[in-house]
Design a protein around this ligand. Structure first.
Ligand code: FES
Ligand SMILES: [Fe+2]
Length: 403
């Protein structure tokens, strides 16, 4: 993070500790309608107009080590396959044969010289071109050039691979904007995937995502865990362009270590704020990153249906770390328990949203990132498409940040 921005964030933390209420110019936030979490029509709007129009985390560059390395991605809409080409370029395609639609790849991941559909053996090269089909004489009018696999945007930043079905989308780096600037010092391309976890949750994906956007719940849900590390009263939020946001929560003074402890994993290039606070981003819409200088997880919430979410969290750490070391097995276990503390609430909240008891959610000042996420979901879907009773009207503007 830039020194001027770090200084600005530290001033904001001091302000948050001292304030006696929300800032005077903080707007009134209308309650968030419960139907956004329960109405199949809203889920359908997201399916049509949110997920196909945004960059989504689909893996890591090292998941595709060689020419022909492929991996399926099937978590937010039509199934995709990502594959490393002969030219070294990583590309993403719909995993749909252009003959009669069978998947061209059935294995979750692997390596192939060509992508050959198992139904009738139409065969595509690693750039998606249709290069062979049996009984070619029976397709007299077929033009191979029109029947290549349909490509989806695929770009990589600091080792993280994102896909976007929207061909007109702005480039990943520009879309991430300040998030990419801030985390560049973590040297993402030098990290490696240390561990992966996943779980099904009986709630809408936004019930789960909302739970990671504030620290208001630390003293209750995480009383014996995270609350011993972080002081939520100083948490400060940065509302960033394109629906992203930043939350910086100070550590209790006794937990601040200016230098890495001997023998601990360490991302030495991280700027000081990543060491003495917890810096967490929402990468719009479904990626949460509680960062740390020892290594950190990226948490993604994927919509299965209106009341089912698939959550994945993947740990990245300096390349010489191993998840079987005593340090990491203890840390991963402790983090899993924190996740369970969060998850325990979510299915009951979904049931409450489906009961007459909770028709809308009133949000406090500390919960403003939740409002900002929902506001930007509506902007992406197109407010005019959303029934008035389900909208979250725009009230929050991106912050003006330090130069
Ligand atoms: S559906 Fe793929 S070859 Fe026929
Ligand atoms: Fe939590």
């Amino acid at each position: 993070m830039r020194p001027a921005l770090e200084a600005h964030v530290r001033e904001q933390i001091a302000y948050e500790f001292a304030r006696e209420g929300p800032p005077e110019d903080f707007p009134e936030l209308p309650p968030v309608p419960g139907g956004r979490y329960t109405d199949p029509a809203f889920f359908e709007l997201e399916r049509q107009h949110l997920w196909p129009k945004t960059w989504l985390l689909a893996g890591r560059d090292e998941d595709f080590p060689e020419t022909g390395s492929f991996r399926c991605f099937d978590l937010a809409g039509p199934p995709l396959v990502l594959v490393r080409g002969d030219d070294g370029v990583l590309r993403a395609f719909y995993n749909t044969c252009r003959h009669r639609g069978a998947p061209v790849v059935r294995e979750a991941c692997g390596r192939a010289a060509r992508l050959r559909c198992q139904y009738h053996s139409w065969t595509y090269d690693l750039a998606g071109r249709l290069v062979a089909l049996p009984d070619r004489r029976d397709f007299a009018r077929l033009d191979e050039a029109d029947r290549g696999l349909v490509e989806v945007r695929c770009e990589t930043l600091d080792g993280w691979v994102f896909v976007n079905p929207d061909r007109g989308a702005i480039a990943l780096r520009e879309w991430l904007g300040p998030v990419a600037d801030d985390i560049a010092c973590l040297g993402g391309s030098g990290l490696r995937t240390l561990a992966r976890r996943e779980k099904r949750l009986a709630c809408n994906w936004k019930v789960a995502a909302d739970a990671f956007l504030e620290t208001y719940h630390l003293k209750t849900i995480h009383a014996k865990t995270v609350a011993n590390l972080l002081d939520h009263r100083g948490a400060t939020m940065g509302l960033l362009p394109r629906g992203h946001s930043r939350m910086v929560t100070p550590k209790w003074p006794e937990n601040v270590e200016a230098e890495p402890a001997p023998g601990m994993p360490d991302i030495a290039t991280a700027t000081p704020i990543f060491r003495d606070t917890n810096v967490s981003y929402t990468v719009f819409p479904n990626l949460i990153t509680p960062l740390d200088t020892i290594g950190f997880p990226f948490i993604c919430f994927w919509p299965i249906d209106v009341r089912t979410t698939h959550v994945e969290w993947t740990w990245y750490a300096p390349a010489d770390e191993s998840d079987s070391s005593p340090f990491w097995s203890a840390l991963l276990g402790a983090f899993d328990r924190v996740m369970e503390e969060d998850f325990a609430n979510l299915a009951p909240i979904q049931r409450s949203l489906e009961s007459p008891a909770l028709d809308a959610i009133p949000l406090g000042y500390q919960e403003r990132r939740i409002y900002y996420l929902h506001q930007h979901i509506d902007a992406t879907i197109g407010t005019e498409r959303i029934p008035a009773k389900l909208t979250v009207p725009p009230r929050l503007a991106p912050d003006t940040e330090a130069p």
